[in-house]
Design a protein around this ligand. Sequence first.
Ligand SMILES: Nc1ncnc2c1ncn2[C@@H]1O[C@H](COP(=O)(O)OP(=O)(O)OP(=O)(O)O)[C@@H](O)[C@H]1O
Length: 598
Amino acid sequence: MTSDRLRRAATLGLLCWRAGPVLAVSQLVVTVVAGLLPTGTVWVTKLLIDGLAAGLVDRVLGPVVGLVALGLAAGVLPHVTGYLRAESDRRLDLLLQDRLYTRVNGFQGLSRFEDPAFLDELRMATQATGGAMGPITSGLFDLCRNVITLAGLLGALAVLSPLMAGLVAVAALPTLAARMSLEKRRTRMIAGQSTAARRQIFYSSLITDVEAAKEVRLFGLGDFLRRRVIGELGTMQAAERRLDRREALTQSALAGLSAVVSGAGLVWAVYAALAGRLTLGDVTAFAAAVAGTQAALIATVENAANASHALLLFDHHERVMSLSDDLSPPRRPALLPALRRGIELRDVWFRYDESHPWVLSGVDLTIPHGASVALVGLNGAGKSTLIKLLCRFYDPSRGAILWDGVDIRDVPPAELRARMGVLFQDYMSYDLTAAENIGVGELEAMSDRARIQAAAEMSGADQIVRALPQGYDTMLSRIFFGPEDDAGVVLSGGQWQRLALARALVRERRDLLILDEPSSGLDAEAEYEVHRRLREHRSGRTSLLVSHRLGAVRDADLIVVLGEGRIVEQGTHDDLIAARGGYAHLFETQASGYRVEA
Ligand SMILES: Nc1ncnc2c1ncn2[C@@H]1O[C@H](COP(=O)(O)OP(=O)(O)OP(=O)(O)O)[C@@H](O)[C@H]1O
């Protein structure tokens, strides 16, 4: 094991200790006792046989009692060990999962979640929880036990024949070296397979995913995806097969070497006994010690390799834990005042990373307090990106966003977000009840049915929810059952959208309401109704509405047109129509479409 692995092992040991100090000490004691058992048995057996050969009852009594006690310990210890391990694994698992998810929740922005390298690391790190650490912790304790057994047996062997003890130890070196080299190859192989593994998971999830089921069937993609899954799996298995073959060959050759060494030892012991240099007990002890030493050596090497391999998983966990925060720390920490004047984007430039083109290139925009602002622009103009910057999911590459003059980088992101109600274009549909689907917008309101209902009324979701079998308590899921063990209900796209809108509206400490395409999935009547209510709701409140339906934005106090990463036009609907620019052209195009149909 490299020093890195040793450090990881030490960290894991420390975590085991934190998870349950008494359990850790108990496991250590049991490990030491279990490790000494084989040597004790070999030596006491030797004493018994020598006593029997001498025909002396008083030299036999002690060893017999000793063997009974050792047998009892050998019978009971595995069960005690099993219980201690299971309990300590459970506690360690709790600790690791808690640690990992606390860290992941600590990434306040989105960039980490869009970085494939991080996602890979995270996937491996989540595999290091859920009991997967059991083999490592058990492996480390097994390693300790086998090292103790090995030292004891080699000691016993050295008393009988120092040469033989040396020979057995030296014969183990090639095994150790070969096992470690195989382990390195296996590690490299697993690392090399990570992309193929990710692709394989992706393809197989498409085959089983309910969301994808429609298109997969319509386009007949099932066989195409199955072939890709099998193809990726086949490539991974071919690499594993090559390594397994190499391992089988190497291990067989080394097992042959061990057999030769122990055979030679046995011949020597028998000759030594015939010559009167060894007693009958010595020969028995010698044979048992050689076999035991070799078995313990192999087990030790195996344990070390397994632990080292499993520590790699823990390595991923530790790497995620050691990542720095994704958003820059505040330069002048400040408190976020309730919005009084407005929000200003000052020369904001942004691109998703260095290799991407600029999405925003010098946006100057003021959202005055109490005003309803509409943001329009063609697909890909950067509207949703601008919203994500307002929520501080990313920091601008250049420029600043000021909330009543305070740079939002100087306030805790959670505080900023608590002051916003946001409906994203790609909102979530939670496998929860209807009330919970709204309540997650404000956890404090989760049990406040009146507040949830008020938000639902505003978004037009109330009627839909009331018509459900259990009303607000209906489970909206096909994965989980409802409170009465009833199967969940599936909503339509537009119905989900109204629930998501209610979720954005349920917040009370809200200074800014952001709605990104809030009515894209609604029928014409519902859209009209939702926008009418929203207009009332937004009046006198600060809001930002993104919509491609220009009829829905015409009443906004300020309409802002985003194009080529900048604000290209802004004003009221009448101003912009009078200016006969891009907005007027877009509005006319949409309106003429309706006129032709009419
Ligand atoms: N997470 C991301 N990583 C890299 N590029 C992104 C990401 N999200 C968006 N983009 C790119 O940024 C540009 C602006 O996207 P954005 O979603 O902000 O546009 P939009 O104006 O909201 O478009 P639409 O009207 O289609 O919703 C697009 O070119 C898009 O490809």
